[in-house]
Design a protein around this ligand. Structure first.
Ligand SMILES: [Zn+2]
Length: 115
């Protein structure tokens, strides 16, 4: 289950990003962006997150996950499109050189704290 490693990484980044001058900051929501090809299972990530954030400012924080579609661009003809699975060939020119613009990211976009 690679979600545990990802959850640990996200928690580390989030804790580092907390304002240092706040006493007992409590995170209400953690907004994430997760690419469809990152192979992150959302409920596994949420589960791991809940376990490792116990007794931290992130305890009880809600994960708001935005799923990022896979965007593909053909370097031959410049066509861009979205896909649900990895693509290795352009359907228009069939030159077979495509690059992935998005779909693998795992990022924290923002955090919301309780007042
Ligand atoms: Zn093409």
């Amino acid at each position: 289950m690679h979600e545990m490693g990802i959850a640990q990484e996200l928690v580390k980044i989030a804790l580092d990003a907390l304002p240092k001058d706040l006493e007992n900051p409590q995170v209400e929501t953690l907004n994430l962006k997760i690419g469809k090809l990152s192979s992150v299972v959302e409920h596994s990530l949420t589960f791991c997150f809940e376990i490792i954030t116990k007794d931290t400012p992130l305890e009880n924080a809600r994960l708001d996950i935005e799923s990022v579609p896979v965007r593909i661009r053909c370097t031959g003809c410049g066509k861009e499109w979205e896909a649900d699975t990895p693509v290795f060939q352009c359907s228009d020119c069939e030159q077979g050189k495509v690059e992935m613009l998005s779909g693998r990211e795992i990022e924290i976009i923002s955090m919301e704290l309780f007042d």
